[in-house]
Write a protein that binds this ligand. Structure first.
Ligand code: NDP
Length: 608
C-alpha cells in the first residue's frame, strides 16, 4: 500500500531506501556522545572575553534609580516589535535595555563577512509597510538588516530612554509596590510596572570543549564577535589583513557556510575543520525588481508572510509567493505532498502511507543536495566528505551559491574529522587524526547555547510574587500560558521560543506575540488594573495542549545525527530547542491567539 503511494507520487525510486537509512544511522552513531550538551564550554570565567562587545565603546553613565512603566529587555526583533506595538497602543513610558551598543539583537552581534538572512527579506524584515521600506535583495545582507532594526527603533522612538550596553542582572517583583525592580551591570536599580523578556533563542555563543582550547597562542574569536580589527574588511568581505595568515575555522553550520567563502577568498591558507557537513542547496539571490516593488498594494507584507508561513507549516496555498528553497522543501516533505497524493488516489492516506511518502521524498531531496556537491566540488575526496547523510530537518538547511565552489580553491582545505570533531588544540594550532595544523588565527563557528536552562541563557534570574525563582519554577521545563506569561510572575512577559509556535520566519512569530501582549496590556489599562497574571488553571490548560500536540516525532529525532535540533541526541532534555514549542504549528497558534482575543473574556488571565 505504502509503496503504491510512493510510486504514484515519486515514480520508480532510483535509490535503495534501506541502504540510505543504514548509512544515516551509521553516520549518526559515529557522532553520538554521552556528554551531549555538556561537551560545550560556557563563555564565562576565563572564556568570557569571547562575548565582549567588539563593536561598541561603552561610555560611562550614572546609575539609574528611577521608575518607568515598561522595561523591555532585548533590542532585537522581539523587543523592537513589542516596543512598536506598545507605542501604537499609546504606551509612552517605555525603556529598552540592551546588552549590545545598539539595537539589532542577533543582527547587532552577527556581523561576520557574508552574513545574510536565510528567509526571504520581504517576509523576514518586519514592519516593512510601517516603515515604507523595501529591501534591496530577495535575501538581505546583515548591514541592511541591522540598519532596518535601528530604523524601527527610530520610527517608534525607542532610542528615547533606552539603556544600551547594559545587561540585566536581576528581576525581582516588589509585591507591596506592585512593580519590578530591575538591576543591571551598570549599577542601575530601576522600577517598572511591566517587564518583557525578549532575550532571543540563540543569544549566547558557545565554545567546543576541545582539550587544549585555552592553550592556543594565535588569535581567536567566535563568529558572533567578528574581529575586523584583526581580519580587516567589513561584512561585505575585503579581509585584507588575512592575506598573509593561516586561518582555521571550526564548525560548518549555517554561520560557517556564509563566512567561509570570504575567508577562502582572503586568507593565505584556510583550513575548515568539519565534524558534520551542512546540507547546502541553491540560494539564487537577486536584487529587488523595482517594478514589482512599485506594484505592491497595501497589506502586501502580511499577506506574503501568511502565505509563506502556511506553506512552511505544511498547509496549501493556490500560489507560492516566495517560491524558494524553504517552500520547496516543505511542499515535498509535509502534508502538502500527502494532500496531493490523496487527491490523486481519491482517498485519505493512512499515517503509515504519509510517513513513508515523506521519508522517501526526504531521501530524494537529500540525494539532489548530495548530487549538487558532486557537480560543484572538483576533488572527489573533498566532495564525498561534504555530503550530508541525514534527513533534511535533522539540522538547519542551508542555501548558498558560493560555499561549495570555495573548496575548489587551492588555498582552501577541508579537514574532515569523520564525525569525531577536532582532537585537540595546541599552542600552535589544531590537531586532527594526530596531524597538527599550524595556524595564525582560529575562528569558532560553533554556534549558540541551546538546551540549557532559560534563565542561564538569559543571564539573570527572576524572583516572582511568592519569592519563587523562575529557575526553580522552570527547572523541569517551561510552564506558561500561550508562551507569554507564567503564574506567580505578574506583569512579566516572554517573547520567543517559550511554548509559543516555532516558525521558520521567527520575526513573524515575534510579531504575533507582540500584538498579543500589547492587547492584554491595553486591556489592563482600560480596566485600571495594575497587575496581569496567568492563572494556575490557564497555565495548566496550555501545558496540557503542549503535551497533546508534541510534534517532532521521537523516532525522527532519535534517528537524526546529533545537533541542537535534537539536543545533541539526548531526547529527554526538558530545555531542548523543540521540546517546549507548541506542536500544532504556527498557523494554528496564531489562530488560537486571535480567537482568544476575539472571545474577549481573557480566559486564563487575572487582572487586579
Ligand atoms: P551551529 O550550531 O549550527 O553549528 C556549529 C558547528 O560547530 C557545527 O558544524 C558543529 O558540528 C561544529 N562543532 C561543534 N563542536 C565541534 C567540535 N568539537 N569539532 C568540530 N566541529 C564542532 O551554529 P551556527 O552559528 O552555524 O548556526 C546556529 C543557528 O543560527 C542556525 O542553525 C540558524 O538557526 C541560525 N543562523 C541563521 C542564519 C540565517 O538565517 N541567515 C545564518 C547563520 C545562523 P556538528 O554539526 O557536528 O555538531
Amino acid at each position: 500500500m505504502q509503496e503504491e503511494v510512493v510510486e504514484l507520487m515519486l515514480g520508480e525510486l532510483d535509490f535503495d531506501p534501506d541502504a540510505l537509512k543504514a548509512k544515516y544511522l551509521e553516520e549518526r552513531d559515529k557522532r553520538l556522545r554521552d556528554d551531549a550538551n555538556d561537551q560545550y564550554i560556557e563563555v564565562t570565567g576565563d572564556f568570557s572575553n569571547y562575548v565582549d562587545d567588539p563593536y561598541a565603546e561603552v561610555a560611562a553613565r550614572e546609575a539609574l534609580n528611577d521608575t518607568v512603566e515598561i522595561v523591555i529587555i532585548g533590542g532585537g526583533f522581539g523587543g523592537l516589535l513589542l516596543g512598536g506595538r506598545l507605542r501604537e497602543a499609546g504606551f509612552d513610558d517605555i525603556r529598552v535595555i540592551e546588552k549590545g551598543g545598539d539595537f539589532g539583537g542577533t543582527w547587532y552581534w552577527n556581523r561576520y563577512p557574508g552574513a545574510m538572512c536565510d528567509v526571504e527579506s520581504y517576509c523576514y524584515l518586519p514592519m516593512l509597510e510601517e516603515l515604507n521600506y523595501i529591501p534591496k535583495h530577495k535575501y538581505s545582507f546583515a548591514p541592511e538588516i541591522m540598519a532596518h532594526t535601528q530604523n524601527i527603533a527610530k520610527h517608534y522612538g525607542l532610542y528615547e530612554n533606552a539603556c544600551l550596553s547594559t545587561e540585566v542582572t536581576d528581576l525581582t517583583w516588589d509585591a507591596e509596590e506592585q512593580h519590578w525592580i530591575v538591576s543591571t551591570n551598570r549599577g542601575d536599580h530601576m522600577r517598572a510596572r511591566y517587564v518583557a523578556m525578549a532575550n532571543g533563542p540563540l543569544n549566547r555563543p558557545k565554545l567546543p570543549g576541545i582539550p587544549g582550547i585555552d592553550e592556543f597562542q594565535g588569535h581567536t574569536f567566535h563568529t558572533s564577535r567578528w574581529d575586523y580589527a584583526y581580519t580587516g574588511g567589513d561584512p561585505s568581505g575585503n579581509l585584507t589583513n588575512l592575506q598573509d595568515k593561516r586561518v582555521g575555522i571550526i564548525g560548518t553550520g549555517a554561520t560557517a557556510v556564509q563566512c567561509i567563502p570570504h575567508l577562502g577568498e582572503w586568507s593565505r591558507e584556510l583550513k575548515v575543520f568539519q565534524r558534520t557537513p551542512s546540507s547546502v542547496d541553491v540560494r539564487n539571490n537577486r536584487p529587488t525588481d523595482p517594478e514589482w516593488a512599485a506594484g505592491l498594494h497595501s497589506g502586501w507584507q502580511y499577506e506574503r508572510m501568511d502565505n509563506f508561513n502556511t506553506l512552511v507549516s505544511g498547509g496549501d496555498q493556490d500560489e507560492d509567493l516566495v517560491a524558494d528553497g524553504w517552500t520547496d522543501i516543505f511542499r515535498n516533505l509535509t502534508g502538502i505532498a500527502a494532500k496531493q497524493a490523496s487527491r490523486k488516489l481519491g482517498r485519505r492516506l493512512t499515517s503509515r502511507e504519509k510517513g513513508m511518502l515523506m521519508e522517501m521524498s526526504d531521501y530524494q531531496k537529500m540525494n539532489t543536495v548530495r548530487e549538487r556537491v558532486d557537480a560543484i566540488v572538483e576533488d572527489k575526496e573533498t566532495a564525498e566528505a561534504l555530503k550530508p547523510w541525514y534527513r533534511q530537518f535533522c539540522k538547519r538547511p542551508c542555501f548558498h551559491d558560493e560555499y561549495l565552489p570555495t573548496f575548489n580553491r587551492d588555498n582552501v582545505h577541508l579537514i574532515d574529522t569523520q564525525g569525531k570533531g577536532v582532537e585537540r588544540i595546541t599552542p600552535k594550532g589544531v590537531v586532527v587524526d594526530g596531524v597538527e595544523h599550524e595556524l595564525d588565527c582560529l575562528i569558532f563557528a560553533t554556534g549558540f547555547e541551546v538546551g540549557t536552562s532559560y534563565t542561564r541563557r538569559a543571564g539573570y534570574d527572576v524572583t516572582g510574587r511568592a519569592s519563587e525563582k523562575l529557575s526553580d519554577k522552570w527547572a523541569n521545563g517551561l510552564k506558561t500560558l500561550h508562551g507569554f506569561t507564567t503564574h506567580g510572575f505578574p506583569n512579566c512577559f516572554f517573547l520567543g521560543f517559550t511554548q509559543a509556535a516555532v516558525t521558520v520566519n521567527v520575526p513573524h512569530a515575534l510579531n504575533a506575540q507582540a500584538v498579543h501582549i500589547a492587547h492584554i496590556m491595553q486591556e489592563a489599562r482600560d480596566r485600571g488594573a495594575t497587575t496581569i497574571e496567568a492563572t494556575a488553571a490557564g497555565e495548566q490548560g496550555w501545558l496540557d495542549e503542549i503535551k497533546r500536540t508534541a510534534r517532532f516525532g521521537e523516532r525522527f529525532r532519535a534517528e537524526c545525527t546529533p545537533g541542537y535540533y535534537n539536543n545533541e541526541g539526548k531526547l529527554d532534555n526538558p530545555n531542548g530547542f523543540f521540546t517546549s514549542g507548541y506542536g500544532g504549528g504556527p498557523v494554528k497558534f496564531f489562530r488560537i491567539l486571535e480567537q482568544w482575543r476575539a472571545a474577549g473574556d481573557f480566559d486564563g488571565i487575572s487582572f487586579s
